[in-house]
Ligand binder design. Structure first.
Ligand code: SIN
Length: 317
């Protein structure tokens, strides 16, 4: 029996997409090819690799149900003694959200490597097969831990990764933090730390998954943005609808128009939790002594929203 198996979980995405015309990289349908089919053609992946289809969706349609199912399957496989790590094939569009969610819930001591593609499987030069090979290389690396993302030879942490390009193959960046490392000819060159895994991770993850399984509806948390001419009407509407949390994607260092600010203060007085993030793709929001709302601790608006939802379910890190 292999004791260093890699389990590859499929969830869909462009990496599993097909186009009727091989020269088209955008006119395609995502999530059509099964993960076992994607893997079977890649040389070197025939031994010690298992596949499982968890979902088959375009990741723009990601749901809390798929997240819960995925967290459960990853947790299940990581608990197996014969499994060294898990790879997940995923669409690029919400990849950073799924990665952040899994790290927040599982904080695994084994590697969980999400990978993707910008071109469909049927393209003249698809990028998916190399990305899968690179992701498996990371999952097999001795000492690798935590939830990470592999794309175009770069290894990113779940905490820092963001999709930063709509079209190019190297579509992800890690901002000021930079990548964890680079995959070069099936060798990993590490340039900074692995994501942190707490002690007793298995117990914590098991408890968190049990809570997720019991939750019938996730807390309603929305994102609002600051921009010229914005008013508070959207926030007022969300409060009337019973929103529990709001992340504001502020301008610059998380600044908010006075009209939006007034509406957010009103929401806060009614018990809505507010977090201040930024619409800038680089840098973190720094706290000031006169702040009305807490800063997002370096998280982008979508990740701050996930942390707030988990916090409202009692699952904050
Ligand atoms: C998706 O996110 O599922 C489609 C886009 C992509 O994978 O690049």
């Amino acid at each position: 029996m292999h004791h260093n198996k890699i389990v590859i979980l499929g969830t869909g995405g462009t990496i599993a997409g097909t186009a009727s015309n091989a020269s088209s990289n955008i006119e395609y349908t995502a999530a059509e090819v099964g993960v076992s089919q994607l893997v079977v053609t890649i040389p070197g992946l025939q031994n010690g690799v298992e596949t499982e289809q968890v979902a088959q969706i375009d990741s723009k349609d990601m749901s809390f149900e798929v997240w819960t199912a995925l967290a459960m399957r990853v947790h299940h496989h990581l608990a197996r003694q014969d499994v060294q790590g898990v790879v997940i094939t995923h669409g690029t569009d919400t990849l950073e959200e799924t990665a952040f969610f899994l790290q927040a819930v599982l904080s695994p001591v084994k590697p969980v490597v999400l990978t993707c593609a910008m071109r469909p499987a049927s393209a003249l030069a698809p990028d998916g097969p190399q990305n899968i090979l690179d992701a498996v290389c990371v999952a097999r690396h001795v000492g690798a831990q935590g939830v990470m993302v592999v794309c175009a030879g770069n290894l990113h942490s779940a905490h820092d990764v963001q999709k930063i390009h709509t079209y190019q193959l190297n579509a992800f960046g890690s901002g000021d933090a930079g990548p964890i490392g680079f995959i070069e000819e099936q060798k990993l060159k590490i340039v900074r730390n692995w994501p942190v895994a707490p002690d007793k991770y298995n117990v914590i993850a098991t408890e968190k998954i049990a809570v997720l399984n019991q939750v019938t509806a996730w807390p309603k948390v929305e994102i609002v943005m600051n921009y010229a001419g914005v008013d508070g009407a959207l926030v007022d509407t969300l409060v009337a609808q019973g929103v529990q949390g709001l992340v504001v994607a502020g301008t610059g260092n998380g600044t908010v128009h006075q009209s939006l600010h007034a509406a957010l203060r009103h929401a806060q007085a009614k018990g809505v939790q507010i977090v201040r993030s930024t619409r800038c793709t680089q840098g973190r929001v720094l706290a000031r002594s006169d702040d009305s709302f807490p800063a997002s601790d370096g998280l982008s608006p979508v990740k701050a929203r996930i942390r707030l939802m988990l916090g409202l379910m009692g699952l904050a890190a």
